[in-house]
Design a protein around this ligand. Sequence first.
Ligand code: HEM
Length: 514
Amino acid sequence: MAPPAKSFSRDEIRSHTTDESLWCIIDSTVYDLTDFLDAHPGGESVLRQVAGQDATTVFYNLHRHEVLSKYADLVIGTVSGEKPQVITPAPGDLSPVPYAEPLWLTTPFRSPYYRESHHRLRRAAREFTQVYIAPEALECETTGRSISQELIDRMERVGILRMRLGPGRHLHGRELFGGVVSGEDFDYFHFVILAQEICRPLARGFQDGNMAGMTIGLSAFLNFAPEGEWKDRVCEEVFSGKKKICLAISEAFAGSDVANIRTTAERTPDGKHFIVNGTKKWITNGIDSDYFVTMVRTGKGFSVLLIPRCEGLETKPIKTSYSATAGTAFITYDNVKVPVENILGQENQGMRVILSNFNHERWGMSCTVVSQCRAVVEECLKWANQRIVFGKRLVDQPVIRQKLAKMIALVEANQSWLESITYQMCHMPYSEQVKHLAGPIGLLKMSCTRAAHEIADESIQIWGGRGLTQTGMGRTIELFHRTYKFDAILGGSEEVVADLGVRQALKNFPKAML
Ligand code: HEM
């Protein structure tokens, strides 16, 4: 909001120092704090100490810039002959902070990977995220409530729900974000952009609450359900946002070692149904899902069934270290009757169904982890630049610059590797991707989550107590530090995906000797 057109001389401002009229200056803008004195969360006395003065430095030492937008009604004008200097980005704008954007978005750097439609999508996705996703993400992260139907409908209208499944036929014939890219042109780089933009609010629980179950659950259904009315109906229900779906693999008995699951599906004597018994644990979005893509043991192996919410299937919330808004569930199946037609792929060939999506899931997680890490780097750069401590900026301490250097290098290295792998995904036939990319994608995910570990650790040291506080300036750092481990565990633990990368490398090892 533009400040009122009135301007005041610094001499005049200096005379407003009493509880009856208390003014101060922040970034050449004049604030009347008289009626705010007893409402100020930081107390009255600190405001009296800056009465009539320029409080810019002390203000930014203690508050995020967004506080000023929230309290814009306290503004009464500007200082005569001065203009506010601090940037308030408009929705969709790029950040001018060094390393806050990947190189392809930074002038004058160039990239071989991105076209005009990628730039258009980036702007549209960021604007949408800032205007619609971020406010709800921050609220849900705190309250634990589920994503609203209103936001789901809004995402559906611009095509976000379909884009979350990556390129493919489900996007054909659609104009995404009202025409910034056509469904046919949507490629893996468009996906990287969307994934990296919508996680920018840094609300890790909400990020999963925002239809993460659909991205991993529906893809198995899309690729393995037989063509026909059933497939069209379920896809339409989920893509339209009317129904929710989740992927139920892990159990208390088996996490990353999926082959140890114990949930069983036995055929009824007439062969028309499976009877499912067992449990599933840590199922994202399970709490309010309508469909459960469930991995089960069948006669000679594993199978995957689409199970609608029905009698015998119950979901209970699991309290994790991120917000309940993710809808993390413990599921019990007690004699759940499922038609045999609900099988995805072949009976006893379910491992193929599950493995087929792992690459995409792990690559998608790498996209978001790099983006979150970058957002943390931006927070740290801004903080280190504005925080005055021991009489100088935090960033004037060499030890802080060392930490920032390490964090920046980790982010840039992982983004480059991500783009290089994404380029292969755009150009390799699927059969080659399956053969050649599982290893590199596993290593990429490991590299990203290791980087997140380092970045979470260093950022807390830069932020001090604020990095351990859930409100105020360091809230994003506190949340990142509390939740970065999710990505090191979900979708295959760091150790499992790292091991996969090395085992794949050794598979066709040449007779090369030292
Ligand atoms: C327009 C002027 C101001 C507004 C709207 C404002 C608003 C706020 C708000 C909303 C908080 C809660 C924490 C947060 O969300 O960041 C807060 C905390 C605080 N404010 Fe202010 N404030 C203003 C000016 C000042 C000034 C000039 C000072 C110091 C001289 C000050 C000192 C503090 C302190 C010490 C805290 C507690 C910070 C903490 O817990 O880390 N405030 N203020």
